[in-house]
Structures are given as structure tokens and as C-alpha cells.
Ligand binder design. Structure first.
Ligand SMILES: N[C@@H](CCC(=O)N[C@@H](CS)C(=O)NCC(=O)O)C(=O)O
Length: 301
């Protein structure tokens, strides 16, 4: 590595040891779930519902990609996309349960099992799940080759870019135990570059792939909504108002009912009405709203 003056390091005087060892939690939010090894930490069978697709997830931007896709498929009339969405609370370490690790050895949500296939198909990685569903139902993935290639370009772009936004910018700006100017500058630069890539593209394209709504839109939407809607408390810091084309596209997607429904599933933050911790039936969205009204003594807002 390049030799900096240890006095300038963070914390001052820190010199990396010859061999890194795991001897202390790293500090910061989510430190308790980070480990340098893979595998299950406890035995836990996953619950199984009545539908062909079993989703094990949480309402983070990566999880929401899949629930939006499933709601879009159902809205488009693909009844085979009925699903049970189970909560995997990553803050509680559910992703390290043996049943979950059996589906996803990488211990990250979202993961899914397709019980309609024989033998059942196990899926992980949000981009792979979107692609699988798009192929299975022949939906939201153009068959025209240039358009299909563009869709896959943007899908892969999103999967490769997200870690800089969440794990880089979001982590160092909001979650790290202390603020490091170098790290924040590095990841703010990259995050703004990505926002500009999207804003420039959407100046001349209605959707990510011309005038066609695809899995590329579904993949990209949740992470950049996070930024555009003040995730990480960073809207002002990132001058989000500059990205007017992205704002147009974002607002257009936010108005879609399947996007609204998909955004509620497995969600654990925000207004109670916006959270549907588990989804097992299309009516759950309505029942959830009614439960909230009852909890408020019948008051509708
Ligand atoms: N590349 C993966 C990333 C998945 C991911 O990072 N999931 C996070 C939540 S957004 C997670 O499960 N974190 C738990 C952990 O790291 O232990 C995908 O797109 O599915």
C-alpha cells in the first residue's frame, strides 16, 4: 500500500498490521452483523406458504426490487407470480439462519425459492432474481436483441454500482462511527457521478431503455429513490435538485400502483401504513390499511 504518515491516518497513528485479524467489532451501525466468514450461525427452518414463489427478504432497496417486480407481474395478469413474502430481519441476523443460507450462501437478502419448478429453483442476487422472473413470465425484458442488450447493460450497471452508493457513500456519510473526509469525498464523487449518468441518459429516454418499461427501471429505481428522497439525510449535501430528468422518471415510477405496493412489502421503517411486514395475499395491502385505521380508532388520513 502507499505509505502515508501514520500521524495523518484515521485514527491518528494507526498502522495496518501485517495480517488482518478479526479481534474487535468495527464500530458503526450494522457492525454487529458483519463477520469475515460465511455460513450459518444457527439452525432455523424457513417458513413456507401456499404460493408458487417464496420470497425471503426485507424492504431495503435490494429487497424492494423484487417485490416491485412481483407486483408488476401480478398487475400485468401473471397469476403464477403469486408469492409469500417472509421477513428476514438482517439487523437480527436472520440471514445467517441455516434455512436461509441453504438458499443463499452469501447471507444477503433478497432470496427466493420457486416451488412451481421441479426440483424447486433457489435464487439469490436481486439482479438474477429479476432476470429469472422476466424470463419465466416473458415480461419486462424486451425480445428485440438491441433493446434486450440495453436492458441487461443497465441491469448489470445497477448491480455493480449500488455498493458505492450504499456501502460507500451511505456508510461513510451516515453509518460510520466517525466521519472521514477522504472517504466521504471519494464516495460522494462517485455517487454524484452515477446520478449524473442517469440524469443525462433520462434527458433523451423516457425509461432506461427508450420508451419501454423494463427490469432495468425496476432495478435502478429503489437505490436512487433512496438518494432523491433524502436517504442518509444527504439530499442537500448531494444537491439532488440538480437532477431534473431523474426526478421526472422517479416521479413517473412512484405513481405506478405496483411500485407503491411493492415498496410496502417487508418494509420496517416509515409511516405504519407504508409497512406490510409480510405479504401472503393480494388483500393484505388493504387489510393492513384497515388495521391501521382501526388502531387509530377509525380515523382515516
Ligand atoms: N448484490 C446483492 C446485495 C444484497 C445486499 O447487500 N443485501 C443487504 C441488504 S440491502 C443484506 O442482506 N445485508 C445483510 C448483511 O450484509 O449481513 C443483491 O443485489 O441482491
Amino acid at each position: 500500500m502507499s505509505q502515508s504518515d501514520p500521524a495523518d491516518n484515521q485514527p491518528p497513528g494507526y498502522v495496518p498490521p501485517d495480517v488482518w485479524t478479526w479481534n474487535a467489532p468495527s464500530g458503526g451501525q450494522f457492525a454487529s452483523i458483519n463477520r469475515p466468514i460465511s455460513g450459518a450461525t444457527h439452525d432455523r427452518k424457513l417458513p413456507v406458504g401456499k404460493h408458487p414463489l417464496q420470497l425471503y427478504s426485507m424492504g431495503t432497496p435490494n429487497g424492494v426490487k423484487v417485490t416491485i417486480m412481483l407486483e408488476e407481474l401480478l398487475a400485468a395478469g401473471h397469476s403464477g407470480a403469486q408469492y409469500d413474502a417472509w421477513m428476514i430481519d438482517i439487523g437480527d441476523g436472520d440471514q445467517f439462519g441455516s434455512g436461509f443460507v441453504e438458499i443463499n450462501p452469501n447471507s444477503k437478502i433478497p432470496a427466493m425459492r420457486d416451488l412451481s419448478a421441479d426440483p424447486p429453483v433457489d435464487l439469490f442476487e436481486s439482479g438474477s432474481i429479476l432476470f429469472y422472473l422476466a424470463e419465466k413470465f416473458a415480461a419486462f425484458l424486451p425480445t428485440d436483441m438491441p433493446q434486450r442488450a440495453q436492458t441487461m447493460n443497465w441491469l448489470m450497471w445497477q448491480v455493480g454500482s449500488a455498493p458505492y452508493v450504499g456501502g460507500g457513500f451511505g456508510h461513510f456519510y451516515q453509518y460510520a462511527p466517525f466521519r472521514i473526509e477522504y472517504a466521504i469525498n471519494r464516495f460522494a464523487m462517485e455517487t454524484k457521478r452515477q446520478l449524473h449518468v442517469l440524469d443525462t441518459h433520462l434527458a433523451t429516454n423516457e425509461y432506461m431503455v427508450g420508451d419501454t418499461y423494463t427490469i432495468a427501471d425496476i432495478a435502478i429505481f429503489p437505490w436512487y429513490r433512496q438518494l432523491m428522497r433524502n436517504g442518509y439525510d444527504s439530499q442537500q449535501f448531494l444537491s439532488i435538485h440538480e437532477y431534473t430528468n431523474l426526478e421526472r422518471w422517479m416521479t413517473m415510477l412512484e405513481q405506478r400502483d405496483p411500485v407503491k405496493r411493492g415498496s410496502m412489502v417487508n418494509r420496517t421503517s416509515g409511516e405504519p401504513e407504508s409497512q406490510l411486514h409480510e405479504r401472503h395475499d393480494a388483500r393484505d395491502f388493504e387489510l393492513n390499511r384497515e388495521d391501521m385505521v382501526q388502531a387509530r380508532g377509525g380515523k382515516r388520513i
